[in-house]
Design a protein around this ligand. Structure first.
Ligand code: CA
Ligand code: CA
Length: 379
């Protein structure tokens, strides 16, 4: 029933929002921190993304009429039924039946992007595909970084709210590597509004590497001038054990993470899980004071990171982006990673965005801190 309800919501919204994403600046294909010089182990670079809860139990209730005080506002018998409060309509949504509303594409042959591709595992049997073409003749140092990504980015920009997507990341051999990026991003190459001497880079990343498909990288960026001048916080989660590793305090200008686990998220522990072997539903809720990343596991929304230091939280507006690109190093184990010999493909079933004002700020706070659901998290 839940899947049916969600499918209905998405179709409805898709019709309502046709015509949005029309203008505005496409995001530069993410500088998700060019991972060219990753040294040592656990040196995640950048990038990622998010979304709202359509969770059955997370319904905001602040809009419910107060029967005791508002008898005069009884709805008329013929009023249009409201959707269940537990599934507020997304502000923007797409099922990828076609490129409408239009995404900004980046795909240099032989890489390619296609919409409306049948796939039995999609909620609506249709996906968009980002094909990262295998190049047997290429090696480790060829076509490295986001500049060579196959990518789709929203043509409009967005702000605080919840971002949610369902996709299957591109896979590859263990000695190869590409980054699957699901993220929001903005960097105009000049602005330093926060006046810290570095170019502002507002970015929230979820990243999965095909060669190490048991690790999920979550990052928050506020600045990026170059690989020696940036500011970010990262949490890497070993989905098999549930253990997480973070940027050490004071090392926000470096790629390395602590070699010691900061803790374990019991609800995220998924023995044997390969993040590239199935569709994932994930995302984040973003406000000025907190970011909560989540992943659906067995129909439960698991909190992966509830970050609450405003000093490291980026600011709007940003584009939402899906991309796939080659990194020349394994971020977790370290060491050189080959360019994929065979095609890798990210399959994207749907994307949804709820602005911070819909549902209300109070409801958004509820999404940030569902409370009492026993989900992981740690803070
Ligand atoms: Ca700055
Ligand atoms: Ca779809």
């Amino acid at each position: 029933m839940r899947q049916q309800a969600k499918a209905f919501v998405r179709l409805t919204v898709a019709m309502l929002i046709v015509g949005t994403w029309a203008c505005s600046t496409p995001a530069p294909s993410g500088p998700l921190g060019t991972a060219t010089t990753v040294e040592g182990s656990r040196s995640p670079t950048s990038s990622p993304n998010g979304s709202p809860t359509t969770g059955d139990d997370d319904a905001p209730d602040d809009d419910a009429p107060d029967d005791e005080e508002s008898e005069s506002v009884t709805p008329s018998a013929d009023s249009v039924p409201e959707p269940p409060e537990s599934t507020p309509l997304p502000t923007v949504a797409t099922d990828f039946l076609s490129n409408d509303p239009p995404w900004t594409l980046k795909a240099t042959a032989p890489n390619s992007v296609h919409f409306g591709i049948p796939h039995a595992m999609a909620d609506d049997d249709v996906v968009a595909t980002l094909t990262f073409a295998g190049q047997p003749a290429f090696s480790n140092g060829d076509a490295v970084g986001p500049a060579h990504a196959v990518q789709i980015a929203t043509s409009n920009t967005f702000g605080y709210g919840t971002y949610r997507a369902r996709l299957r990341p591109a896979a590859c051999a263990p000695d190869e590597e590409v980054v699957n990026g699901i993220f929001v991003y903005a960097n105009d190459g000049a602005t330093d509004a926060n006046q810290n001497g570095m170019i502002d880079n507002n970015e929230i990343d979820i990243e999965i590497l095909c060669g190490e498909p048991d690790i999920l990288y979550l990052s928050l960026w506020t600045d990026y001038t170059d690989d020696d001048h940036f500011r970010k916080k990262t949490r890497a989660i070993d989905i098999v054990t549930g253990a997480f590793y973070e940027t050490e305090p004071g090392k926000e200008g470096q790629y390395g993470l602590s070699g010691t686990a900061g803790g374990i998220i019991p609800a995220a522990k998924s023995p044997g899980m390969d993040l590239t072997a199935q569709f994932l539903e994930l995302g984040f809720t973003w406000t000025a004071s907190a970011v909560r990343f989540f992943l659906m596991l067995e129909d439960e929304e698991i909190t992966l990171w509830h970050f609450t230091d405003p000093a490291y939280i980026p600011v709007p507006d940003v584009a939402f982006i899906f991309n796939v690109w080659h990194t020349n190093a394994h971020w977790w184990a370290g060491g050189a990673a080959d360019y994929p010999a065979k095609n890798g493909m990210m399959l994207i079933d749907w994307f949804q965005y709820w602005t911070a004002t819909t549902p209300s700020a109070k409801a958004l706070q509820h999404l940030l801190d569902p409370g009492g659901n026993g989900h992981g998290g740690d803070d």
